[in-house]
Design a protein around this ligand. Structure first.
Ligand code: SF4
Length: 440
């Protein structure tokens, strides 16, 4: 197994990025956009990238913050226990009293947790808790998992099921929205609950259980629907299932001839990387092609432990993509997003989707404008490797599916050409005559 590595002494500058060049370029430079009346000049702010927290050359197994946290709050835990995913789940922080022992709580946090008023339960693994700042309620990771009173306020346009999943479920827990894909909600349990969860209406409520009879019905539906070639396992977090049950599920799906690929959506490498064991990887690889969509939100989640988990998954031949939700005050700036994408790339995770936050009930404090999302994409495209630029999407409310959003790169449509705007706002002409209708 590849040695995990991290050390502050290795935190030099980032390796120089080599830009991807198109194979050929016939476009010709015309002028800069800034000189063109009517166009707003976009300038990418100067950014300083904090060096990545992981590097392939050092040997420490966790951040000093994690080691200190463990000594202070779980002094009796042995290495074996701390690194055991079931121990982590059994020792989750689940009550106000437990939180209050660890964090200096703000009044907003206190009010939301003291009386347990939120629909979404509280749950944080000790490992993830070790990454939280104990005194600053505005620390990005802390905001994603510690409830505040803001999530109790429902604003206009918000809904409990904004994506209309309930209306597209032919079988309880199975969403069939796109013709060739099915989403199977395996269970509603997560090791750590994200306060902005799209499925906060159901996760952690114990209503979707991974019972064999329910899952068999869903498998049966997939078996009798030949159009389905891609099954996404989600929830809740499917990797919180035990190996045996997960294997039964993967095996049953793999036996269906028209199921070409199986995908697993999970936040485990970020919140419970101890779950990624050699045994789990050995089991999953028997059912290839299995892909994984990993949920990462902030560069601080890319620790030595998550680096190791992603390395094991990649070495097991599992292609890894990331899904990130755009969150106000947490990752909604070019610098943080660039840093996250760079760290993911170093962990062999391909940035896949950047989601506009869904308008779930009580999410106003997390949502940021679409213009901000476009600004972030403009700040990535051309300024870093193309592989590091995710597709920015809005999941259309009501069940319309993912709609991609792109900054405008076509400045003008001429009769004979397109005027293209590059990442530096320079204009180029590409020959593309409009054909007369009679010739089409
Ligand atoms: S891990 Fe996923 S399903 Fe679980 S709470 Fe977070 S966003 Fe929701």
């Amino acid at each position: 197994m590849q040695e995990l590595s991290f050390s502050p002494s290795q935190q030099g500058g980032l390796a120089e990025e080599i830009e991807d060049e198109p194979p050929s370029c016939s476009a010709s430079f015309i002028s800069t956009l800034s000189q063109t009346p009517g166009f707003k000049l976009f300038e990418r702010p100067f950014i300083h990238i904090t060096p990545p927290a992981v590097s392939p050359k050092c040997k420490s197994r966790s951040l000093s913050e994690t080691r200190m946290f463990r000594r202070r709050f779980f002094p009796a835990a042995s290495d074996k226990e701390w690194n055991d995913w079931q121990w982590q789940i059994a020792h989750r922080i689940r009550t106000y009293e437990q939180l209050n022992r660890i964090l200096e709580m703000s009044s907003d946090e206190q009010e939301a947790t003291e009386k347990n008023r939120s629909k979404l339960p509280l749950g944080i693994t000790p490992y993830y808790m070790s990454l939280l700042n104990t005194v600053d309620p505005n620390q990005p990771l802390r905001r994603t998992v510690v409830p505040t009173i803001h999530e109790l306020v429902k604003t206009k346009g918000e809904a409990d099921d904004p994506l209309g999943e309930e209306g597209q479920s032919p079988i309880p827990g199975l969403v069939h929205r796109y013709p060739d894909r099915a989403l199977l909600l395996v269970l509603d349990f997560c090791s750590t609950y994200c306060r902005y969860c799209t499925r906060s209406r159901m996760v952690g409520h114990g209503a979707i259980l991974p019972s064999k009879s329910r899952l068999e019905k869903a498998i049966d539906y997939i078996r009798h629907t030949p159009a389905i070639r891609d099954v996404l396992l989600s929830g809740g977090d499917p990797l919180t299932l035990g190996d045996e049950k997960l294997e039964w599920l993967l095996k049953s799906l793999r036996e269906i001839p028209h199921v070409e690929i199986i995908r697993i959506g999970t936040k485990i490498p970020a919140v419970l990387p101890q779950r990624i064991t050699k045994k789990l990887v050995r089991m999953i690889r028997k059912y290839h092609p299995v892909w994984m969509s990993l949920h990462f939100t902030h560069p601080d989640e890319c620790t030595p432990e998550s680096y190791k988990a992603c390395t094991m998954l990649s070495d097991g031949g599992i292609p890894l993509g990331s899904q990130t939700v755009l969150l106000k005050g947490i990752n909604d700036n070019v610098q943080t997003m660039t840093e996250l994408m760079h760290r993911l790339m170093k962990m062999r995770v391909r940035p896949y989707y950047l989601y506009q936050c869904d308008p779930i009930s009580g999410s106003a404090h997390f949502r940021t404008s679409v213009e901000k999302g476009l600004e972030i994409i403009r700040g990535l495209r051309g300024f870093t490797s193309g592989y590091a630029v995710p597709t920015y999407v809005i999941d259309a409310p009501g069940g319309g599916g993912k709609v991609p959003l792109m900054p405008e790169y076509v400045a003008e449509r001429g009769m004979d050409n397109l005027i293209l705007k590059n990442y530096e706002n320079r204009l180029f002409s590409y020959p593309d005559p409009i054909m007369p209708k009679c010739l089409i």
